[in-house]
Write a protein that binds this ligand. Structure first.
Ligand code: HEM
Ligand code: HEM
Length: 189
């Protein structure tokens, strides 16, 4: 039987903790984006029957915020693999900048959602139906607009970066035939 790869990242590859967080967060963000766009475009009628979808979007969004903070701490503790051999310095620099921007946006999007919810002066939402989430600010119409703008356009900026990011990963895999994608997808040694 093939052994599972270690939890910690090594110089050559990502460990399973970074991999699991990468793919779980990616799935959640893309799923939340689809649901968020459905909400904003009135695909679900604003009746109590559908409110659980709002609460699920908000609760899962806060979960992404927490997972991103865990990921950031883990990344600082466990480090990152070296670039695959023969990576030009400029390509590595673009990858580092893209990853940093993705981190920033993946934190800013749920935070702006929470700010939007707070500034809207809606009733507090219950985190997965368990307890009331605190409000970040008092109701404020100006802030509500700013937060909504950041939430919506932050998401589209993230999508643009992720397309570049996934395109680069696929280019490495299909044309350069190196380990860039494999070391993030393979959960065995
Ligand atoms: C990573 C996490 C999240 C992602 C990717 C995400 C994504 C989105 C997107 C793409 C929209 C549609 C924006 C538009 O076109 O107007 C949206 C709407 C919305 N999101 Fe999020 N969201 C996240 C987290 C949150 C959180 C944590 C909250 C609140 C606590 C929240 C509250 C809302 C609300 C209330 C709307 C509806 C906006 C409207 O009334 O038009 N979101 N979300
Ligand atoms: C919402 C979707 C995604 C987000 C937010 C995201 C975010 C990230 C971040 C922040 C890193 C840097 C890891 C770190 O320093 O901790 C990373 C690495 C990576 N991602 Fe993504 N990613 C997404 C989707 C994808 C997709 C669709 C692919 C592949 C088609 C992919 C392939 C990779 C690979 C291969 C690495 C490792 C790069 C290396 O070893 O240098 N990602 N991702």
């Amino acid at each position: 039987m093939t052994a599972r790869n270690p939890a910690r990242n090594t110089a050559e590859r990502w460990g399973w903790v970074s991999q699991a967080l990468h793919w779980l967060i990616a799935l959640l963000i893309l799923g939340l984006g689809v649901v968020g766009l459905c909400i904003a475009n009135h695909v679900f009628r604003q009746t109590p029957k559908f409110f659980w979808i709002w609460t699920a979007h908000k609760s899962l969004g806060i979960t992404v915020l927490v997972l991103m903070l865990v990921r950031l701490v883990w990344r600082l503790y466990a480090g990152a693999p070296k670039p695959v051999p023969n990576t030009p310095a400029w390509q590595h620099a673009i990858a580092v900048a893209t990853h940093a921007l993705i981190y920033a946006l993946a934190l800013a999007i749920p935070l702006s959602g929470w700010l939007y919810d707070s500034a809207s002066g809606l009733r507090p939402f219950k985190f997965f139906g368990q307890f009331n989430m605190p409000k970040l600010v008092a109701p404020d119409e100006g802030l509500r607009h700013v937060a909504h703008f950041l939430h919506e356009w932050g998401f589209w900026a993230l999508i643009a970066l992720v397309l570049l990011h996934a395109g680069a990963a696929l280019y490495h895999h299909l044309f350069l035939h190196d380990a860039t994608l494999k070391r993030m997808t393979s959960f065995t040694r």
